[in-house]
Write a protein that binds this ligand. Structure first.
Ligand SMILES: Cc1cc2nc3c(=O)[nH]c(=O)nc-3n(C[C@H](O)[C@H](O)[C@H](O)COP(=O)(O)OP(=O)(O)OC[C@H]3O[C@@H](n4cnc5c(N)ncnc54)[C@H](O)[C@@H]3O)c2cc1C
Length: 373
């Protein structure tokens, strides 16, 4: 096979990069070690939070505004429902730093939001336990994304613009042939000029030089059954993030009429490879169940479903979107447990690096040279 660009990995970011490249008419092939929309990627697990105001800081807001447009474009192009804009509640102690950061984002960029004190929060969202010193920021341009459907839709859109897709084929190594790149795969070799490596937690198999700098973290998900499911539908229950008494919880509304996702922070040590994800111990399940029922009293504390996932993380949680001019390789990886909402704009930035287009949203800190290694 011969093409101009190969995208290795058709998960969250690779599917979006392929869509963006194909839309510009670039001759591209996407290669995926499993099938399209499989259950082992960092995108698995039914839903992902989208927020416009982020407590991590204002630098991300323009990227999120562009991502929100692109999510809507992907929906329009494919006719698929990928995003419920049900809002996001960030709950914490009134005056806390994380609430202040979200407010700063909203005010700086004129984003729609509401500030709710404890009484307003209790009245409007009785699903949450509210203490007198609690407050919340309701981010209006926020909600719940459907990750498996999104990856599937981006690949479908890429194909409709002419991209080729090769599945159940692992890229094993990179070589050179006649001044061009040769991808050694578990199937046929592929010759190309440029490559986007979007291999998520598997990246160190292809780039062992990044071991020691990047690490794979396990992330767990849990779902609980409410006594009153009608309280947890997207029209009544925004996605939420809560920091109370040292407990971090986040969750999404019910999408299946019987379960609500409520999850906590990673409590697991870094692993060397996604094949090593740990077992979800009963003690952990009970601990998260106790928190879920404490802060959302309508929930039964027994998780009705749980699953373990992984994501590739970088120190400082800054992503890597990096072009190596000499080899023609764009690295698109290390989203540190927060990359899903950005996926279409990160795909766009990768496509711009490939085609040489300037994009003012590109932060030089995304380059490997901008990372403090
Ligand atoms: C449990 C959990 C909850 C999260 N919640 C949120 C959230 O609410 N909001 C948010 O914004 N983000 C969230 N994230 C983060 C987000 O989901 C990830 O950052 C993102 O999915 C990572 O995308 P990726 O493209 O790097 O990896 P992936 O989506 O895993 O894609 C990598 C792909 O590359 C393929 N691949 C790997 N190696 C090869 C190879 N050699 N050859 C061919 N194919 C290969 C893999 O099979 C896979 O399909 C969460 C993550 C987890 C795990």
């Amino acid at each position: 096979m011969d093409t101009h660009v190969v995208v290795v990995g058709l998960g969250t970011s690779g599917s979006m990069a392929l869509w963006q490249l194909a839309k510009r008419g670039v001759k591209a092939i996407g290669v995926e070690q499993f099938g399209v929309g499989h259950s082992r990627g960092s995108y698995a697990g039914d839903s992902r939070l989208f927020r416009s105001t982020v407590h991590e800081g204002t630098r991300y807001v323009p990227l999120l505004q562009r991502a929100r447009q692109l999510w809507r474009e992907l929906e329009a192009e494919t006719g698929r429902h990928l995003y419920d804009e049900c809002g996001a509640l960030q709950i914490g102690q009134a005056g806390s730093g994380s609430l202040a950061n979200s407010l700063a984002c909203a005010e700086k960029y004129g984003l729609p939001y509401e500030l709710l004190d404890a009484d307003a929060l209790r009245a409007r969202y009785p699903q949450h336990r509210v203490d007198d010193d609690d407050a919340a920021v309701l981010d209006v341009h926020a909600g719940s994304l459907y990750p498996e459907a999104s990856v599937f839709a981006a690949v479908e859109a890429a194909k409709s613009h002419g991209a080729q897709v090769v599945t159940n084929t692992e890229v094993l190594d990179f070589d050179e042939e006649g001044g061009r790149l040769k991808l050694v795969t578990s199937g046929e070799p592929i010759i190309c000029d440029k490559v986007v490596v979007a291999t998520g937690s598997w990246t160190m198999r292809l780039r062992p030089d990044l071991r020691g700098y990047l690490h794979v973290l396990p992330f767990a998900l849990t779902w609980f059954m409410p006594h009153h499911p009608e309280l947890f539908t997207p029209d009544r229950f925004p996605v939420f993030i809560r920091d109370s008494d040292g407990v971090h919880l986040y969750g999404t509304p019910t999408h299946d009429s019987y379960s609500v996702k409520v999850a906590s922070d990673p409590q697991w040590a870094a692993i060397a490879d996604p094949d090593e994800i740990p077992v979800f111990e009963r003690t952990e399940l009970r601990r998260i169940g106790a928190w879920a029922a404490k802060y959302l009293p309508d929930l039964n504390p027994e998780p009705v479903r749980h699953s373990m996932h992984h994501d590739l993380c970088a120190p400082g949680d800054f992503p890597i979107i990096d072009l190596d001019e000499d080899s023609g390789m764009v690295l698109l990886t290390a989203f540190s447990g927060r990359g899903f909402k950005f996926a279409p704009v990160y795909g766009e930035l990768a496509a711009d690096l490939i085609t040489g287009e300037r994009n003012d949203l590109y932060d030089p800190g995304f380059a490997l040279s901008g990372h403090d290694r």
